[in-house]
Design a protein around this ligand. Structure first.
Ligand SMILES: C=C1C[C@]23C[C@H]1CC[C@H]2[C@@]12CCC[C@@](C)(C(=O)O1)[C@H]2[C@@H]3C(=O)O
Ligand SMILES: O=C(O)CCC(=O)C(=O)O
Ligand SMILES: [Fe+2]
Length: 375
């Protein structure tokens, strides 16, 4: 089986190679301006506003006996929810946040020592999706696949070990939680975990592949015209996101527009990714999300992007297919899907959709991404 890094090496994306020291920018350079000052442009606003409706992303207590049903409902109607009582000690969040702050606070020349190579995915750089947009995003990121050791040695020749320990501990905790969430999500779909061969006899999902992705969104001199991270879905089964206590994450809710996902102390945001959308035969939408920035506070997030072994075929589960529910997607491996995503970005799901299926019946993800691109 190709490792996740090898899977990426086969599907390079071409990124803007120029990096900026955000702290030195007193004004928004044109290359970061997604709208012009006099634009009466609603594309970056929350239109239609969620202020009137007060809809909030569901918050689910994992100790609640009704959690499986609540998760099922949240996945079906939102494709995203927050969890509390997930069993991860808060000290692990402060540790990983401290590591992320230490990393992004390094001088640019130091961060560039661990820069992502053009055909790689690990290391420091811009979001991979950058290449699909004419403007730059107001953010920097750092991706860890496999071991952080080589990267951290370059960043912190003396202190690398303590940061490696934090990452290893954080990933182990995430892996356990992701397996638990997979079991709950499969149960909510009525799929016994025995139907997923790679889950293993006890549902440990040992063969899973994952990436740890750190994001930093510096304070921005002109936040209304900038974009932290453009609207995208994750190519994962699910993503577990920890955010610091700064707003910015928004999800697109059918019929409501962009809805903020406010940070919840000790909470984690769980979102459905494209592969779970496929596996659920379109029942669970992989939620479109983006990040806005603000004038005064730096925002940090740590995403654990979780998927299957890279060579396992993921297809709509037979139990979710029937006379009134045609099979909506062909089967794909994560490796293949990452290649499709690298080429087609937000059109990747449509590309693996079966043309004979009844369009739009179950798939709420039918390409809406163009509405949110500045073109
Ligand atoms: C395992 C993954 C999943 C990746 C690529 C790689 C590591 C970083 C992930 C993200 C994180 C930011 C959005 C995204 C769209 C991006 O550009 O990089 C994600 C992408 C995907 O979900 O496709
Ligand atoms: O920073 C965030 O809140 C979201 C990050 C994200 O969507 C990602 O890393 O995939
Ligand atoms: Fe994401």
């Amino acid at each position: 089986m190709p490792s996740l890094s090898e899977a990426f090496r086969g599907h390079p994306v071409y990124l803007h190679q120029k990096h900026h020291d955000f702290n030195s920018l007193q004004e928004l350079p044109d290359s970061y301006a997604w709208t012009q000052p006099d634009d009466d442009d609603h594309r970056l606003t929350n239109y239609p506003s969620n202020n009137k409706t007060k809809t909030v992303v569901p918050i689910i207590d994992l100790n609640d006996p009704n959690a499986p049903n609540l998760i099922g409902h949240a996945c079906k109607t939102w494709g995203v929810f927050q969890v509390v009582n997930h069993g991860i000690p808060t000290s692990l969040f402060s540790d990983i946040q401290r590591a992320s702050l230490a990393l992004f606070s390094l001088p640019l020349h130091q961060k560039l020592k661990a820069a992502r190579s053009p055909d790689g995915v690990s290391g420091y750089g811009r979001a991979r999706i950058s290449s699909f947009f004419p403007k730059l995003m107001w953010s920097e990121c750092f991706t860890i696949l496999d071991s952080p050791l080589d990267l951290f040695l370059k960043l912190w020749p003396q202190d690398y070990a303590k940061y490696c320990d934090i990452v290893v501990e954080y990933e182990a905790a995430m892996k356990k939680l992701a397996a638990k969430l997979m079991c709950l999500m499969l149960a909510s779909l009525g799929i016994p975990k025995e139907d997923i061969k790679w889950a293993g006899p006890k549902g440990e999902f040992n063969g899973a592949c994952a990436a740890l992705h750190w994001n930093s969104y510096p304070s921005c001199p002109d936040p209304d015209r900038a974009m932290g991270l453009a609207a995208h879905t994750d190519s994962t089964l699910l993503t577990i996101l920890h955010q610091n206590n700064v707003n910015g994450l928004q999800v697109l809710k059918e019929g409501e527009g962009w809805v903020a996902v406010p940070p919840l102390p000790g909470g984690l945001v769980i979102n459905v990714g494209d592969l779970l959308h496929i596996l659920s035969n379109g029942l669970y939408p992989s939620v479109l999300h983006r990040v806005r920035v603000n004038r005064t506070r730096q925002r940090f997030s740590v995403a654990y992007l979780y998927g299957p072994p890279t060579n396992v075929q993921i297809s709509p589960q037979v139990k979710l297919v029937g006379p009134t529910r045609p099979v909506l997607y062909r089967s794909v491996t994560w490796n293949e899907y990452l290649g499709t995503k690298a080429k087609l970005f937000n059109k990747a799901l449509s590309a693996v959709r079966l043309s004979s299926s009844i369009n739009g019946l179950f798939d709420v993800n039918e390409d809406k991404s163009n509405d949110f691109q500045v073109g």
